[in-house]
Design a protein around this ligand. Sequence first.
Ligand code: ZN
Length: 438
Amino acid sequence: MLKPSYAPDEDCKQTMTTMTALQGTDIQITTKLCRFCGAGLYRTFVDLGMSPLCETYPSTAELNHGEVYYPLHVYICEQCWLVQLEEYESAENIFSDYAYFASFSDSWLKHCEKYCNEMQARFCLGAKSFVAEVASNDGYLLQYFVRQGVPVLGIEPAANVAKAAIEKGVPTLVRFFGAELAKELAAEGRTADLVIGNNVLAQVPDLNDFIEGLKILLKPEGVVTLEFPHLLRLIEHNEFDTIYHEHFSYFSLISTVTILETHGLRVFDVEELKSHGGSLRVFTCRAEAKTHAVAENVARVMLEEEKAGLRTVDGYKNFAQQVKETKLALLEFLLKAAREGKSVAGYGAPGKSATLLHYCGIGKDLIEYTVDRSPYKQGRFLPGTHIPIHHPDHIRESKPDYVVILPWNLQDEIMKQLQYIREWGGQFVVPVPKATIL
Ligand SMILES: [Zn+2]
């Protein structure tokens, strides 16, 4: 594994676990180290209390079992500006039987098809190219390359979703990705023209090993595209519920460029996307690649982040208070609805709902049930709160006064699908950035 140039060596790391730092008059002791650069983590970004793992949906038989809660305490590294959670649960435990099937959202599939068409045109991908996707889920994206006759390989650690990919004709390896697997593939001559990492970077516990693997898997002039929620938008739009245990890291372009450059990769373009409340798509290649001139977008987004203070503590310090305001506004709405005898249902059972509901202290008494299109989740319960998850038809049958859209990033799509709630005077509510009736 390549080490960042300013990463402490092992001896130094040992010392750092017991070192103290003076901050104002408080003496702080930390055993927490940045997962990228190894610096001590002293500064809190936000502390969201305790929450269960968000993608574990108990069945009726499991309702009497206990559930483990972990802290959701997010820190800022003041060396490399990586915002991060500690890893509380091993990645194997979280991702081996993952409930998230990417193919259940229509708008997400459209986004992926568009991406495949754009990449094919921009990088001239054809029958002789090779495209690899890390965390390829159920083949939601690679299926479009398969249809275009471009050879692909998916790499996906969750056996249940990988099986769905293979069934739809997307070759998939059931493995965790890192430098070791990349070396195996490279030794077989399977280096790639395009390596895709969509919404996976945040979930990687060993960031340095993962990035090193991406580089090893790349042909000399190959391209890696990485999509991830943009920290700048998370702060701006108060998207605190996108913080959960499965997401270990939260990236700005500033921290991403530092991380990639340390591993001999250079960023040559970046696109701003609307997905997941505002994401970045970063294009990177080997530092020594001869093609891929640097686009103006890179300097533009970097400048925007610098203006927002993301290279100093100033850009991060108001977030915790902003989050508290969101909680108060949502509780005010729900308590008022309860006092007035109005019925409130949820829509969706996304990972982010666990953070939202636990941080805000919302249970079945305030949101009676939720619904989800995924058959895997129907008949099960939200973790911790045990709010039941029904088939979407349940909304038509029970006619709630309010439907709280939990995956607010899919708000337009969901409102279109559920337009019929207007027939009985039903109204939609989004919880973030501030509880609003639509
Ligand atoms: Zn760091």
